[in-house]
Design a binder for this molecule. Structure first.
Ligand code: AOF
Ligand code: ZN
Length: 365
């Protein structure tokens, strides 16, 4: 029989973690598999917040299949927790179940855990090993890691453009520059996000729903509208079925009351120029436990977010077409010195249908 290597076992655990991609927020998506005598005897992934963590799910899975977990190795994509949060510590559950060895892909950055999970296991005589496939485990929860370390969400800005980087003609015609596969792919990125943010310009122009519709989901991301002057109509599609967070910079009690009655929450976050304080908004979203923020906005708000250093990553779909003189993806000021250029690095390049998907990260990270 072929031996299941530690690496293969951890890859399996990562595959299980992925099953929680759209449902675990604000918790990280974690996968766990239990291996005994070279057999996978149990597997699980993080359930929605307040419910079982991956390790507990894997133990339950093994038990429900009549498997004796004593002496097994647990492969977990994040260090097992050591604290009483919404659920009791997974480290305790593993110890009590008689797990002999725990392999953790990466340490939990949560200050309530941060090494204590592995320490607890070790103290109980469990053999522990970490890291393993750390980079993949980090990518799986890039927003959770960023929020735990900085208090800010991981901000991903999506845009779709022609090969010459244009999104719309000057007469505003803009529909379907990229193909159906790219548009469906975009919904996967919406679905994994904790929240989707847009601006009042896009809201008034397109009346977007800002929901995941390409496939069924059990949780819709929170919707956030940057609307300095509270111009959102109460009939906006983005306010229907679950409301939205409207971030404004001017007080208007009447309009606020109207929008609240329509199901919205209004948050007043002005900067010195009477616009929304975008860096403060990012801190506010961090406090609200937003791990991954997905932005689908127009070139103006996109440009402001980039200029104010709020963006971590661009998710750009490029179609094999040329629009010529037209609107761009990001409104940024003209530079006079090449040294001021914004530097990014390509993290991933993938063909999606007839289009190209680029993930580019700002160099500061
Ligand atoms: C694990 N396994 O599957 C996950 C962990 O409030 P609670 O009890 O749900 O705890 C949430 C914290 O637990 C979260 O911030 C992170 O540190 C850790 N997540 N830990 O052992 C899991 N999702
Ligand atoms: Zn846990």
């Amino acid at each position: 029989m072929e031996i299941l290597s530690d690496q293969q076992a951890m890859q399996l655990a990562l595959d299980w973690a992925e099953k929680g991609l759209t449902t675990t927020t604000p918790n990280p998506r974690v996968g766990c598999i239990l291996v005994k005598n070279n057999q996978v005897i149990g597997a699980g992934f993080t359930q929605p917040a307040g419910q079982a963590h991956a390790e507990v799910q894997a133990l339950r899975d093994a038990q429900s299949r009549g498997n004796d977990v004593r002496g097994a190795t647990a492969y977990v994509t994040l260090e097992p927790c050591s604290h009483f949060g919404r659920t009791p510590p997974c480290a305790d559950a593993l110890i009590e179940a008689g797990i002999e060895r725990v392999v953790a892909a990466i340490l939990d950055p949560n200050p309530q855990v941060a090494g204590r999970g592995l320490a607890k296991l070790k103290a109980a005589g469990v053999a522990v090993q970490s890291p393993l496939l750390e980079a993949a485990a980090y990518e799986m929860n890039i927003g959770f890691f960023k929020r735990m370390r900085t208090g800010l969400p991981w901000v991903r800005m999506k845009a779709a453009a022609s090969l010459d980087g244009k999104t719309a003609l000057h007469n505003n015609q803009s529909q379907w520059i990229t193909g159906p596969e790219a548009r469906a792919d975009g919904h996967h990125w919406r679905a994994r996000a904790c929240a989707i943010l847009t601006g009042i310009g896009t809201l008034l122009e397109d009346d977007p729903q800002l929901t995941v519709r390409a496939f069924p989901v059990t949780r819709q991301p929170k919707r956030i509208i940057v609307d300095s002057k509270l111009q959102t109509p109460i009939t906006a599609k983005a306010l229907q079925d679950g409301g939205a967070l409207i971030v404004h910079a001017q007080r208007n009690p009447e309009r606020e009351a109207e929008l609240i009655a329509a199901g919205a929450e209004c948050v007043y976050l002005p900067n010195a120029h009477g616009k929304v304080d975008l860096p403060e908004l990012m801190r506010e979203l961090g406090r609200r436990e937003i791990n991954e923020l997905h932005i689908e906005a127009g070139s103006k708000l996109n440009g402001s977010l980039i200029r104010e250093g709020c963006v971590d990553e661009l998710l750009v779909y490029l179609a094999p077409s040329l629009l010529g003189d037209a609107r761009g993806m990001f409104e940024l000021p003209a530079l006079t010195d090449l040294r001021d250029i914004q530097q990014l690095s390509f993290h991933q390049v993938t063909q999606i249908g007839a289009d190209i998907r680029l993930l580019a990260r700002f160099k500061k990270h």
